[in-house]
Ligand binder design. Structure first.
Ligand code: C2E
Ligand code: CA
Ligand code: CA
Length: 589
């Protein structure tokens, strides 16, 4: 149509028209313009309408006579006037065609938006006429507006989406630096359980309700968004201090804790929130989100159902984790990991019944503690290699001591959850025993309660098949994990290790003493060997012996030693091997 518009010619018309005398025109062309259903008119550089089609009058809902006396600029909305004027001048000046989306003044039912094109025609008398041609694009503009609004909306909950919150953070971070804002990232605790047990439909209903409660709580609809899944973000604007934001978060935590009515039943969930306040150096929008995210993970780690405020310490820790993770891969290759062995002894005689293999990492002349590196290795998956290596190494060590005439009854090896749940675990244990040539009945695997409870069915199968080989299991850190005791009967277990926190407190705290004695009698009743760990003093050792604890382990007797130190302590007579088979005795009885 643009090409057509260029060729259009207008016949000279009656004198009341201000059409330039020599404007080219033709009846057929004019008829074509009428038939196009589009806006078509001649204007001068100032926008005065020289002529218009009847279709145009119909389209704009003005009488044609009125149009012929009006200026185009009066027909367009105020906001578009300047641009239209520029378009006309530009077109007249350089004679190049132009195009603009123009908002119309509207009000009497005409189109809101016109896609307006202007082309230039020089009249014989030297004056200029511009042909305007335009389509009604109101519907298209409306759908565009809806689309852009929807592009910022989370379709499920009706709160903002990720793109929206990013835009808002950018606005806040750049615009009103002095006022202060806070970004809170929240994750629902246990949402997966709701989804898994009640189904996705209820999960969605819950998310909707959470969105609604959040909007009610922070009041300004603009500040709530969902990042995806069960992660919501609150952008709290106008928060001069952290404390202002914290007050709102406390309300949010309370509001989310109230029961949700889903499908006729009350469902309770909690939320963990990370807060980043804008005090301090300005950050990019992704850095704000990252900070809130770090703080949120800290809130989860601290036990959920709480908020946690970002501090640079969190970054420092992440940094350390990152560095540990990076050097860990090389450390495996460089052989920086070692096993040390801590004796497990009879409380009466102090003679050695078994040893526990404990991993050591010496990196750049510094020892990195297992409490630090084991969780990192669990996260990055290296624990599978490290754990398999520890198993092989510990079994081989037991065989080497056998060959030296140092008979250590049992070797205890720690197994982490990630390692235990790996499909290769069974094979790696069997290979370690076979390669070392030791009896399976001399290996004890230490597992925690959480390992058993993550997937009890799979755990039971695995324990049974390993137990069939002759391998035994001890529950490590007993009393700190899962609260149900029924699993003790379900799984084929041989020993309980009383957590060292109870042992540490048992002299001063009657409560700790009660727990220790309860665990000891529980073990007795169930035919399990009781091992107390972290025994540091003679008083603790005596008390445990008096209460009938089978075996003890701790600095009172010996620290974890390198193989060479262990061997020389045995040769020097500082460590004495015991005889007798405490595990078989107990299990057989
Ligand atoms: P754990 O299995 O509870 O190991 C006992 C921890 O208590 C060891 O810490 C040991 O050195 C320490 N300990 C022993 N006697 C005493 C005492 O009298 N007082 C005190 N305060 N502590 C004592 P360590 O070697 O730092 O290991 C920490 C944890 O790292 C272990 O706790 C275990 O969970 C994990 N870990 C160590 N080696 C391995 C391994 O090869 N594989 C896996 N998966 N985890 C390991
Ligand atoms: Ca252990
Ligand atoms: Ca332990």
């Amino acid at each position: 149509m643009t090409a057509l518009a260029y060729d259009v010619a207008l016949a000279p018309e009656p004198a009341d028209r201000r059409l330039p005398a020599a404007t080219p025109a033709g009846d057929e062309a004019w008829a074509l313009l009428e038939a196009s259903g589009a806006l078509a008119m001649w204007v001068d550089v100032q926008g005065r309408i020289l002529d218009a089609t009847e279709t145009t009058a119909d389209l704009l809902v003005y009488p044609l006579d009125y149009l012929r006396r009006a200026s185009l600029l009066d027909l367009v909305a105020l906001e578009s006037r300047e641009r239209v004027a520029q378009m006309l001048h530009g077109c007249a000046h350089d004679r190049a065609a132009r195009r603009e989306r123009v908002r119309m003044a509207g009000g009497i039912g005409g189109p809101d938006w016109i896609d307006l094109r202007a082309s230039h025609h020089a009249a014989a008398d030297g004056s200029t006429a511009l042909l305007l041609f335009g389509y009604d694009i109101s519907d298209w503009m409306e759908s565009q507006r809806e689309l852009s609004e929807r592009a910022f909306l989370d379709p499920l909950t009706g709160v903002g989406n990720r793109a929206y919150i990013r835009k808002r953070i950018e606005e806040c971070a750049s615009g009103r630096a002095g006022q202060g804002f806070a970004l809170a990232l929240m994750d629902l605790d246990g949402f997966k359980n709701v989804n898994d047990s009640l189904g996705h439909e209820f999960g969605d209903a819950l998310l909707k309700e959470v969105g609604a409660r959040l909007q009610d709580t922070v009041r300004t609809r603009q500040s709530v968004a969902r990042l995806g899944g069960d992660e919501f973000v609150l952008l709290l604007d106008g928060m001069p201090t952290e404390a202002d934001a914290v007050r709102i978060l406390e309300r949010v935590i309370h509001v989310i804790r109230q029961p949700f009515l889903l499908g006729g039943c009350h469902v309770r969930i909690t939320t963990s929130i990370g807060l980043a306040h804008s005090a301090g150096a300005p950050q990019s929008e992704s850095q704000w989100l990252r900070r809130a995210d770090l703080a949120m993970y800290e809130a989860k780690a601290l036990g959920k159902n709480r908020y946690c405020v970002y501090t640079p310490e969190l970054d420092r820790r992440l940094d350390e984790q990152f560095r540990i993770e990076q050097s860990m891969f090389e450390a495996v290759q460089n052989g920086e990991f070692l096993l040390h062995y801590q004796p497990i002894v009879w409380p009466g005689t102090g003679k050695i019944c078994a040893v526990e293999a404990l991993m050591r990492w010496e990196h750049a002349g510094k020892e990195i503690r297992p409490d630090i590196f084991i969780p990192v290795a669990e996260k990055n998956g290296l624990i599978k290699h490290l754990g398999a290596w520890a198993l092989r190494c510990a079994c081989a060590q037991l065989a080497a001591w056998d060959a030296q005439g140092i008979h250590v009854g049992h070797m205890s090896v720690n197994v982490s959850a990630v390692q235990f749940l790996h499909p290769n675990f069974y094979d790696s244990v069997r290979a370690a025993i076979q390669d070392a040539g030791i009896g399976a009945d001399r290996l004890v695997l230490e597992i925690t309660e959480s390992v058993l409870m993550t997937d009890p069915k799979a755990a039971e199968q695995l324990l049974l098949s390993l137990r069939a080989l002759g391998i035994r299991f001890a529950v490590d850190d007993f009393g700190t994990g899962y609260s149900s005791l029924s699993y003790l009967r379900r799984f084929p277990l041989s020993a309980l290790k009383v957590d060292r926190s109870f042992v540490a407190d048992m002299i001063d705290s009657p409560h700790a003493r009660t727990i220790v004695s309860a665990v000891l009698s529980l073990a007795r009743e169930l035919g399990l060997v009781a091992i107390a760990e972290g025994v540091e003093t003679e008083a603790q050792g005596n008390l445990l012996a008096a209460q009938g604890c089978d075996l003890v382990q701790g600095w009172r007797y010996a620290r974890a030693l390198s193989p060479a130190d262990f061997e020389s302590a045995v040769l020097d007579g500082k460590l004495v091997m015991g005889q007798g088979e405490v595990f078989t005795q107990r299990v057989a009885s």
